[in-house]
Design a protein around this ligand. Structure first.
Ligand code: SAM
Length: 306
C-alpha cells in the first residue's frame, strides 16, 4: 500500500498521458480524482454492492464495498435512486458468473482472461478451481486501483492484472498470448463493446486467435437498435454524462460477424428479456411473444475460435 508524501502517477488512457499529484493519500488514485473511465466500473461495482444486500439478489459481491469504499457506495446508491440501473445489467453479471463456472468445468479451462475487467471480483467470489489462472486486463489506472485495494484479499485462484489499452491493435495479444500458450483459455468481454468502435472491437476479437483454436469467448453484443432502445438510451446517456469515451460498436448479424472473424457461435442469451426471478433464473428461455428484434437488442454470446 502506498502511503503519505507526494506521489506522481502516470495514467495511460487512450494514448493520452496524464500526471496526477496526490498529497497524503493512502492510494495512488483517490476516489475524488478518478478519471471518467473508472466511473463506469464504479457504477457496476455499485450495482453489485446494492444487489448483494438483497435477500434474493442474483449476485453477491462483498468486495464491491472494499473496492469503492463508503464514499463510492454512497455515490452509487444515490445514483441508483435517481436512475435505477437496468435489471439487464444485473442479469448479465449473473449470467456471466454462471457461464464462467460452467465453461471452466465443462471445457477444463486453464486460463480465464477478462478484458475490460473494471472492478469485477469473480476470482474472489466464485468457486473456481485453485489451479486456474485468471488474467485481468484494463487501463493501468483500473488495474492499479484494484491491486492497491485488494492486496490483502485471498483469491480462489491465481490472479494477474495487466494495464493495457485494449483499443490498440495487438495490445490484447501482446499482453496475454505468451502467458496462455498451449493452455485452454476463456476470454470474457463483458460490457466492453460500448467503449470501442467496431474496428477496435473486431481487432480485439481477431487478436483472440493468437491464443489458438478452441479458445472460448463470452461477449455481450449490442444490436444497432440497442442505441435507440429505452435501456440503451439510458445506459449511453449515463456514460455521456460521466464524460466517458464511447465507441458504440454494434453488431447487426451475430453469426455473420462471428464468421468474418473466424469465430463460431456456440450459445446466445437475449439478456434484455430474461426473467430475473432467482427461482426461475436457470430457465433462460425468452417468452415466445418477445420479438426477434427485442431478443437481439443485447445478446450475451459464447463463441469459439476456429
Ligand atoms: C462498464 S465497465 C465494465 C467492467 C466489468 N466488465 C463489469 O461489468 O463490471 C467497462 C470497463 O472497460 C474498460 N475499458 C473500456 N475501454 C477500454 C480500453 N480501450 N482498454 C482497456 N479497458 C477499457 C473500462 O476501463 C472499464 O473498466
Amino acid at each position: 500500500m502506498l502511503r503519505g508524501g507526494v506521489l506522481r502517477v502516470s495514467l495511460a488512457c487512450r494514448g493520452k498521458r496524464k500526471l496526477v499529484f496526490l498529497r497524503g493519500s493512502a492510494y495512488s488514485v483517490a476516489m475524488s480524482d478518478f478519471p471518467p473511465v473508472l466511473k463506469t466500473a464504479l457504477w457496476m461495482a455499485g450495482v453489485r454492492a446494492r444487489e448483494s444486500t438483497k435477500p434474493n439478489g442474483l449476485v453477491s459481491d462483498p468486495l464491491a464495498h472494499v473496492l469503492i469504499g463508503q464514499e463510492g457506495l454512497e455515490a452509487a446508491l444515490a445514483l441508483e435512486q435517481a436512475h435505477p440501473a437496468p435489471r439487464a445489467l444485473v442479469r448479465r453479471m449473473r449470467l456471466t458468473d454462471d457461464l464462467v463456472l460452467r465453461l471452466v468445468k465443462e471445457r477444463s479451462i486453464q486460463t480465464v482472461i477478462m478484458a475490460g475487467t473494471g472492478l469485477d471480483t469473480r476470482p474472489y467470489r466464485l468457486e473456481l478451481p485453485a489451479a486456474l489462472e485468471w488474467i485481468e486486463l484494463d487501463y493501468p489506472v483500473v488495474t492499479n486501483w484494484k491491486n492497491e485495494r485488494l492486496h490483502a484479499q485471498q483469491p480462489r485462484c491465481t490472479v494477474e492484472r495487466v494495464g493495457v489499452d485494449l483499443s490498440r491493435p495487438g495490445a490484447f495479444a501482446s499482453a496475454v498470448a505468451e502467458r496462455c500458450k498451449g493452455r485452454r483459455s476463456l476470454v470474457i468481454m463483458e460490457n466492453v463493446f460500448h467503449y470501442l468502435d467496431l474496428q477496435e472491437a473486431s481487432t480485439l476479437l481477431r487478436d483472440t486467435h493468437a491464443l489458438g483454436p478452441g479458445t472460448l469467448i463470452t461477449a455481450d453484443l449490442p444490436s444497432p437498435r440497442f442505441r435507440k432502445s429505452h435501456i440503451g438510451r439510458r445506459m449511453l446517456a449515463e456514460m455521456e454524462s460521466r464524460k466517458v469515451h464511447i465507441g458504440r460498436a454494434t453488431v447487426a448479424n451475430v453469426d455473420q460477424f462471428a464468421a468474418t472473424l473466424q469465430l463460431r457461435v456456440l450459445e446466445r442469451y437475449p439478456i434484455v428479456c430474461l426473467n430475473d426471478d432467482p427461482h426461475t433464473w436457470r430457465n433462460l428461455k425468452c417468452p415466445w411473444w418477445i420479438s426477434k428484434a427485442r431478443r437481439e437488442l443485447l445478446q450475451v454470446v459464447v463463441m469459439e475460435c476456429v
